[in-house]
Design a binder for this molecule. Structure first.
Ligand code: PNS
Length: 166
């Protein structure tokens, strides 16, 4: 298994996401980071902004491709002939949703396996919504997002309305 997909909304990317993607990149030959348009959520950042943050935060990691996607993950994986998805698992609270997604994707594309990497201990609590909530009250998000994109994310979140759905 050479190529895997790390899918997500990345709205915005956190240190937790970057940890999972970098660990996947060490384990597999190639990682496709797929930024999905999630119709169930109203994003805070545009697809272009989310990709820009990922590109900056993953600079220097050679075996990564960052793409934007609409539609089903299973269809995209089939189209790219990829048979494995890598996702981070933080706590039991993630499990039910992730299990449901993994089983659904397997029905849609039976060759597709979902592999879970356990979140690093320091990122167990972390989510994009935590970043948005803390920033919306003017709180310090330095511990939550990569240093190289901190200022851009902070300025953007402190400047306008924040949607906390992801
Ligand atoms: O970072 P998130 O919001 O937890 O990522 C969720 C994501 C984008 C991975 C998930 O919503 C997804 O796979 N979206 C694509 C649509 C799809 O295939 N859904 C699963 C079958 S209902």
């Amino acid at each position: 298994m050479q190529t895997v997909i790390c899918p997500g909304s990345f709205d915005p990317v956190t240190k937790g996401h970057i940890d999972i993607i970098k660990r996947a990149a060490k384990t597999f030959e190639k990682v496709i980071v797929a930024v999905f348009v999630n119709k169930a959520k109203v994003p805070c950042f545009t697809i272009e902004e989310r990709i820009h943050f990922l590109e900056k935060a993953l600079e220097g990691v050679e075996n990564i491709e960052i793409v934007s996607c609409e539609g089903l993950l299973a269809d995209y994986a089939r189209e790219r002939r990829v048979t494995a998805v890598v996702k981070g698992l933080r706590a039991m609270s993630d499990f039910e949703y992730e299990f449901q997604m993994a089983l659904t994707n397997k029905i849609l594309y039976p060759e597709l396996e979902t592999l879970f990497l356990s979140s690093s201990a320091e990122n167990m609590y972390l989510s994009s919504s935590i970043v948005k909530t803390v920033a919306s009250f003017g709180g310090d998000i330095r511990d939550f997002v990569p240093e190289c994109i901190h200022d851009e994310i902070r300025d953007r979140l402190c400047g306008g309305g924040v949607n906390n759905e992801s």
